[in-house]
Design a protein around this ligand. Sequence first.
Ligand SMILES: [Zn+2]
Length: 482
Amino acid sequence: MPNDKEKEFVKEIPSKKDNFSDWYTSVVLKAELADYAPVRGCMVIRPYGYKIWENMQSLLDRRFKETGHENAYFPLFIPESFLQKEAEHVKGFSPQVAWVTRGGDEDLTERLAVRPTSEAIICSMYSKWVKSYRDLPVLINQWCNIVRWEKTTRLFLRTTEFLWQEGHTLHRTREEADEEAIKMLNVYVDFVENEMAIPLVYGRKTESEKFPGALHTYSIEALMPDGQALQAGTSHNLGQFFSKAFDIKYLDDDNTEKFPWGTSWGITTRMIGALIMTHGDDKGLRLPPRIAPVQIVIVPILFGKDDDKVIAKAKEIYEVIRKDYRVYLDDRLEYTPGWKFNEWEMRGVPLRVEIGPKDILKEQVVFVPRDGTGKKFIKEAELKDSVGKILIDIQNNLFNSAKQVLRSKISEASTIEEFNKKIGEIPGFIKVFWCGSQQCENELIDKTKTTPRCIPLDQKIKGKCIICGKETETTIYYARAY
Ligand SMILES: [Zn+2]
């Protein structure tokens, strides 16, 4: 009989379909990804959740370095006067800034912002470092925490403090900066789709939705199962706004002083929220193998008879695969196999390998993939190859089923009535033609209670603006959003 703790653990979590919001919170807490912190709006990322972040970091960091970037670290505190140098920037962030006004027992002469983003502090340093065209490009990334005072918060999705990376680059020309901003957008698309198995739509933000102080903002947008979009990462062409505000000047090879063109780009721990929502099911998390802290759990099936043999065989299997994969051998004696199955399913481990006395006789192991494709019996001699193959299959299956969901939730509309009808029937992205005017954008937002998400790049088809009917080549995705 299960003890009380056991009953509590296996108790069903709310259904994902019927109660998405409670389902989400239960999974975060029960899978031990994160917990609420004593300060409202803050969260504690627990070791299992932090390992996901570490895997994301290493896969992203590799991509940043392959594209020529280096890591550095800048201070947490930003003098108020620095933040105020770029007018749009300070206007955009001031409602969310936390301030330090006192240090020890002295009042500070100037308030210090706890960084809501680091353009101001980084640009102030770049103005010291960049003197000549030979100093360009500057390609620096920082991994750090960020504080934005949020009114309503959700674990991972919106928290007062979160972790991220922020790239900050400088270039000689506008074209180079735009090339960089789009290059990093593509790095994000590659990372999110191929490592996190989350399909995306991506493109440019409208003027009203761009980053405060940017020329252009590009974003990647994922669609959650409730039909709401989640902005999963952004990349900005900052133009020369910050260079001018912070007096970053270089002497070009034609012997004239010029302002460099900047970019910044970031991805945050919010992505973990997208990961949970995209792949999870009524048993808990489902993690893509490439990001999972534990890719394979080995569970010996013990009956009290031949237990030593079974445990010895489980250890043997563990030794065969642990060099190439992140494997956990669950040989705890105080829990039943059934309890362990529940626990590892909740934690989203992509592959469970079972081994019992009968399997030893048959020289086989049992694979139970978390993607729901069913039990498989594998010859022990083929174990190593089969593990590699099934992990690739699980990664692809999770991506493909998420992609199917995304595709099924993208609709098109050519009138407001059609738009509202479709988003009522199938909440998701609605793609429309748009003339590019602010007035038409405002009217669409107002009449549909959605927001513009992004304008796909490289568009060539013609159509008529959903509001004014003017001919245009611009399409844009709208959705409700997190
Ligand atoms: Zn229009």
